[in-house]
Design a protein around this ligand. Sequence first.
Ligand code: ADP
Length: 457
Amino acid sequence: MSRAISLDGVTKVYERGIRAVDRFSLDIEPGEFVVLLGPSGCGKSTVLRMIAGLESVTEGQLLLDGEDAAELAPGQRGMAMVFQNFALYPRMTNRDNIGFPLKLEARGDVGPRVDATARLLGIEDLLDRYPAQLSGGERQRVAIGRAISREPTAFLMDEPLSNIDAKLRNHLRAEVARLNRELAVTTVYVTHDQAEAMSLGDRIAVMRDGVLQQVGSPREAYALPKNIFVAAFIGTPRINLLEAVVHAPLPGRVTIDLGRQSLTLPEPLSPDHQMLRIQQGRPVIVGLRSEAVRIARPSLARARECAMSGIVEHVEYLGHEALLHLNTGSRAALVPALEGPHTDTAPGGHRKNKEGTVLGRLRDRAVARLPGFGQEEPGDQGAVGVLEAPPVPAAPPQSAERAAIAGGDLVVRTGPDVQVRPGTHVPLLIDLEHLYVFDQQGRRVCPAPAHQPGLDG
Ligand code: ADP
């Protein structure tokens, strides 16, 4: 039997008033694989431990199969936990480690169950060894085996793979996904690793400061982040976030001013872009995923593409692709919850910038003036109707300035064979269908919340 788990406005306040989880609501279907994702300290483990019954619920209600769980002791919940540190008994063989919980529950001859579990995990050969004679990955498999053998009604996994080296982690990740499919047991999996969350979860619940930010399929969370925090937390390389101001005179074209360059939105405005009129004159943050920008001359622009340009700061070769770090003369926007140490939250859930954070320093450098910005490249003028006087930098920055802005403000994904050197000017085309705009509270205003571009195909 697989459990339905329901959290309704669940809050956890620890001693000294530490509010680890704040009005958390989530319904998990039987057999579903839900990942709790967020930075360290955001309350993920606390949610898991409340589900397990290891922590009390301060406010709100936890329901298991529709029944209030408040009076159920951990042992009565029939759930199995797997932790980051493989909690195995060192003086027991792996066989006994896997069989131990079954023996505790007096389930008769545990041998066949242990053998079946070992087969499922491919660890038959390891059963007569001791945990100390295993690698980290093998130990974690035994720990998972111990959880599985009990045939729990739910698996609660707290960063189970984070002590394992990268290669093996990918392998075990696939195994965890397979096990969940085969056993069809409700799984709640905690991780701070967005790639792990994306690859495992039927749904991802993104948390920040104890507050649930968004719940959705990996695809939804990536394509339609509700706010800037989710947008920045999910996806590698991280979404480009640039400070901007919307200009929407009536009558007149809507432009997004990125500092040195601006994007003029094509007319007629799409329904999403129409929503930007409300932001007239306001500072906003533009989000561009690295695949929403391509390197191409303005004359090659398709409908709904807009031209910009940048100076190559750094080329990051990744084998199968390359990431170009460019300077476009824009200001990289901060998401302090991701950059800095755990800081105070201002009203409205927005944290104040902390001096001295890495991105803060980078941002300050990125606004350093570059010689040559604002000049136009002959031949490209007017080639794209949607761009008003594309400002193409004429001269590469001096090396000292280049070093000062080494991070650039825009990362663009290209094929691995791209032939560009630092200092090269490159023309860019921005895919306006995949332009995100966030307001000053960090909420996504474009695409408009009800519209879901790209999700249909
Ligand atoms: P995560 O799993 O996302 O890293 P946790 O749920 O472990 O986060 O912790 C959330 C917050 O609650 C943190 O600020 C942490 O310091 C605090 N916390 C966790 N456990 C306790 C505890 N037993 N007593 C007091 N504070 C705690």
